[in-house]
Design a protein around this ligand. Sequence first.
Ligand code: GDP
Ligand code: MG
Length: 149
Amino acid sequence: MNDIKVAVLGSEGVGKSALIVRFLTRRFIGEYASSSECIYRKRLSIDGRQLNLELYDPCSQAKPSIVHLIRELHLGATKRDVDSVVFLVGNKQDLCHVREVSREEGQQLAAEGKCQFYELSAAEHYQEVALMFSKVVRNASLNGKAKDR
Ligand code: GDP
Ligand code: MG
């Protein structure tokens, strides 16, 4: 399996586009067009395997309920008979002095939703952002390999 598709979902303004652009270009540019959806493509080499990554950046969504979203993602995967790879990511960690959701709440939600949990900052943490996306891609590709067998 050489194609990996990753969707970055969440409410408007949480920094979905900023995370994707940071991962792809290493840069944080501050303002991102939000009027239309975008699919970014990148070729990656993970563990010596060439992969085609598609990153889906939706145009802004209304406020989705995260619990509902996680449930829908797991359900969709079950219907297609694949294991879901869902990461719950809290962005803007540089603004943690005005945080509204505690790390513990995030961790608990991730545990209940069987997701991996990350807190990071598109503005300040290039390495963490790159690591997080790499893990998503690696998990998704291992998942595909397991299903191919
Ligand atoms: P989207 O609607 O989820 O795609 O959100 P955007 O990527 O357009 O980001 C919304 C706003 O949040 C923009 O003004 C970004 O500059 C800002 N932003 C995104 N990530 C961060 C971050 O990690 N830290 C801070 N301080 N601002 C961020
Ligand atoms: Mg956006």
